[in-house]
Design a protein around this ligand. Structure first.
Ligand SMILES: *[C@@H]1O[C@H](CO)[C@@H](O)[C@H](O)[C@H]1NC(C)=O
Length: 344
């Protein structure tokens, strides 16, 4: 009875998005099957004029930064709600209760901000389809990257006119090592084929595709997600595979106004090297990649093996904002209007 009452309260809370956390931390019962379309909102009912923001939270030491970041997303009129997906199962409940309360107080500044405790620490769970996502666009980001409001809004505008594409602020590449005849993870000066989960905007449908697969591909997708679990890495690369495979085109990189990157969220879990984006040259990004890059190269090779093809596609140039608010693309250092060719 008690459990039932709690469930009803939890559901009420998430549907109405109450401004104040009177109940402390809500842990929704796990969806028995997140791939059951009947439990997900009707795609036609989703709104396209606002975004849902999903921030991955893991480290206690970054909670205050996380709170700041969540607050700045909540302040944007384009944001419908901000959900912090807490993935660290070891965080004390008192800390989470306090964080939950602090986040709910941010509501006064705009969109509701909710803490959601992940049921599993699988990296794949940041991409689970959710009953409570009521927007078509979903912004996925880490807890250590601060993006200014104009860049968030500009990126969203770009997504609104490219709703099938993956939009990001941080580009990387796959490449072919000709000597070893194998795929690698790298950074190219003039092209990219992967955008990172430090900041990405995608259509909510891709969450379903990633997590549930599509007709006949369910087993393959399960195997691909298994690679992410085994490697404790690469869920972002897999999402790029999934979307490029459907669209037949690469992601769209947006030139950000002001981005502060506080480091790679994976450091804390002992995976990967620090990958600082701002004020560092391409060469030092390359140097810093090290082990992290090797591991991610391995992911690319494994995904390619399982899928039996290489869906990643290069894109060239990034979409930047001009004074006239019209998109300008930076192509080989020159600014040109973003016509379809460049976005393709
Ligand atoms: C919540 O906010 C209070 C007051 O600013 C602060 O002392 C506390 O550390 C915060 N809790 C968490 C978990 O960040």
């Amino acid at each position: 009875m008690e459990a039932q009452k709690r469930l009803i309260f939890s559901l009420l809370y998430l549907t109405t998005l109450l401004p104040f956390s009177i109940l402390g931390l809500r842990t929704l019962p796990p969806d028995s099957n997140p791939c059951n379309l009947k439990t997900l909102p009707d795609p036609h009912s989703l709104r396209s004029d606002q975004l849902t923001v999903l921030i991955n939270g893991y480290s206690d030491s970054r909670i205050s930064l996380l709170t700041t970041i969540a607050g700045s997303y909540a302040a944007s009129p384009l944001v419908a709600s901000v959900v912090v997906l807490w993935g660290n199962p070891l965080t004390p409940i008192e800390t989470l209760n306090s964080l939950s309360l602090n986040l709910s107080l941010l509501y006064s500044s705009g969109a509701p901000v909710i803490l959601y405790r992940q049921q599993s620490n699988s990296l794949n769970s940041r991409f689970l389809p959710r009953r409570w996502i009521k927007t078509r666009g979903v912004l996925i980001c880490d807890d250590d990257v601060e993006v200014d409001r104009k860049s968030i809004e500009f990126s969203f505008r770009i997504w609104q006119v490219n709703q099938d594409r993956l939009i990001g602020l941080f580009g990387r590449s796959h490449g072919l090592d000709l000597k070893r005849k194998e795929w690698i993870y790298t950074v190219h000066q003039d092209k990219y084929s992967i955008v990172l989960t430090k900041f990405m905007i995608l259509n909510v449908e891709y969450l379903y595709l990633y997590s549930c697969g599509s007709d006949g591909l369910e087993k393959k997708f399960m195997e691909l997600r298994g690679i992410v679990d085994n490697m404790h890495n690469c869920e972002d690369i897999l999402m790029n595979f999934v979307i490029s495979d459907v669209v037949g085109r690469g992601p769209i990189l947006v030139g950000a106004g002001r981005v502060r990157d506080w480091g790679d969220a994976r450091n804390e879990v002992g995976i990967g090297k620090r990958e600082k984006e701002v004020n560092v040259g391409l060469s030092s990004i390359k140097r810093g990649l090290g082990e992290h890059r090797k591991k991610r190269g391995e992911c690319i090779r494994e995904f390619h093996r399982v899928l039996g093809r290489m869906p990643l596609r290069y894109s060239y140039g990034k979409v930047v904002k001009s004074v006239s608010e019209q998109g300008l693309c930076d192509k080989n250092g020159k600014l040109v209007p973003c016509d379809q060719q460049i976005l393709e």
